[in-house]
Design a protein around this ligand. Structure first.
Ligand SMILES: NC(=O)c1ccc[n+]([C@@H]2O[C@H](COP(=O)([O-])OP(=O)(O)OC[C@H]3O[C@@H](n4cnc5c(N)ncnc54)[C@H](O)[C@@H]3O)[C@@H](O)[C@H]2O)c1
Length: 329
């Protein structure tokens, strides 16, 4: 097809990235390049499985590379004229960032800067940045809105995401690159990162092992189903009404941790063994997205309420567990 466009998805082997790639390949109008270093933050085999079905698509190419390697990235840009960059590669996770702050800064700040530099040098006009609700820190104002101040992050991870947003604004202002910073609120669904609560708890509950609940179970998260996030990211790829925006992508429905555990128990058909632990440094008590702006600018309309989303997640979880059991026999 001649009128195809070129898009670079960093982190395209990860949870959210692989869903986006799937969507883009299905549209047939994109030639999709992915940069991912398959690092061992969680099992790289899971990331290999995520890209398995993409590898045979003629509109897909995979570069196994680190976004810190500016020289290698430049070679990719010399080969392909990208219309859009969706930058999702990052060290994710709040608690591990307290242990490896330099690694988080190197990947999430310098890596982002490398990509913005290349966007400038190679005249890429649209840059989407995967930011996070964690930038809101201990924000007391509910729901969180894009105009709230974000200068008090409470984890290195959150600080690196806020820095990435600032760099996006700078490059938009200086070099006329449209930059859209999408603040994702706890994303879940098939292929969710195994370190995140819904996936981790499902695994442990299934194995009759205790789950660690930090705090008294009343912490709240705005859990967002991955299909809804992809709807928002996809709309951001086409957005052309202004040069820089920060936009929340959440479900705008906040759920207590103990309610989440109850839903998992119900769907898994098993009781959780709960190991109560104190609140962890870096963890925020609640997240809750005001999605008015996303609705207005991106026509964003999230569809999946938590009951339905957890049901779908558990279906996927059971399926891949059964497949893993089967392959052992
Ligand atoms: N999942 C969530 O709830 C959530 C919430 C807020 C923000 N985000 C952001 O969304 C993005 C995607 O998150 P995810 O949950 O899919 O995580 P993920 O870890 O599954 O995906 C990230 C991918 O980036 C790759 N990567 C990491 N460092 C890299 C590097 N230096 N060079 C090249 N590739 C590298 C990883 O190998 C991985 O495949 C991240 O930027 C994350 O910070 C996620």
């Amino acid at each position: 097809m001649n009128n195809q466009k070129n898009i670079l998805v960093t982190g395209g082997a990860g949870f959210i990235g692989s869903h986006l790639v799937e969507r883009l390949l299905a549209e047939k109008i994109w030639r999709v390049s992915v940069v991912d270093d398959f690092n061992d933050f969680y099992a790289p085999e899971l990331k290999r499985a995520n890209v398995q079905s993409h590898l045979t698509d003629e509109n897909y190419q995979l570069f196994e590379a680190n976004i810190s390697d500016a020289k290698f990235l430049r070679e990719i840009f010399e080969e392909t004229e990208f219309d859009v960059i969706v930058h999702l590669a990052a060290r994710a996770g709040v608690r591990p960032s307290l242990l490896q702050p330099k690694l988080y800064a190197e990947t999430n700040v310098n890596g982002t800067l490398n990509l913005l530099e290349l966007a400038r040098d190679f005249n890429v006009k649209q840059f989407i940045f995967g930011s996070s609700s964690s930038v809101y820190g201990n924000n007391k104002k509910i729901p969180f809105s894009e105009d709230d101040k974000i200068f008090q992050p409470i984890s290195p991870y959150a600080a690196t995401k806020a820095a990435g947003e600032l760099l996006c604004h700078t490059y938009s202002h200086l070099y006329d690159i449209r930059t859209l910073c999408l603040r994702f609120f706890t994303v879940y669904g098939a292929r969710q990162r195994p370190d995140l609560a819904i996936h981790k708890f499902s695994q442990l509950i299934s194995e009759d092992k205790p789950i660690q609940v930090f705090g008294d179970g009343t912490t709240r998260r705005d859990y967002t189903f991955v299909d809804d996030i992809i709807q928002g990211v996809r709309a951001a790829i086409d957005y052309d009404n202004s040069m820089h925006e920060v936009i929340n992508l959440g479900e705008s429905q906040t759920v207590e941790l103990r309610q989440l555990v109850a839903l998992l128990e119900e769907n898994l058909g098993k009781k959780a063994v709960i190991d109560h632990q104190p609140m962890q440094p870096g963890d925020v008590p609640q997240t809750f997205a005001d999605i008015t702006k996303a609705r207005e600018l991106l026509n964003y309309n999230p569809q999946t309420k938590i009951d339905e989303g957890i049901k779908k997640f558990v279906e996927w979880f059971r399926g891949q567990r059964a497949a893993a059991e089967g392959s052992k026999q």
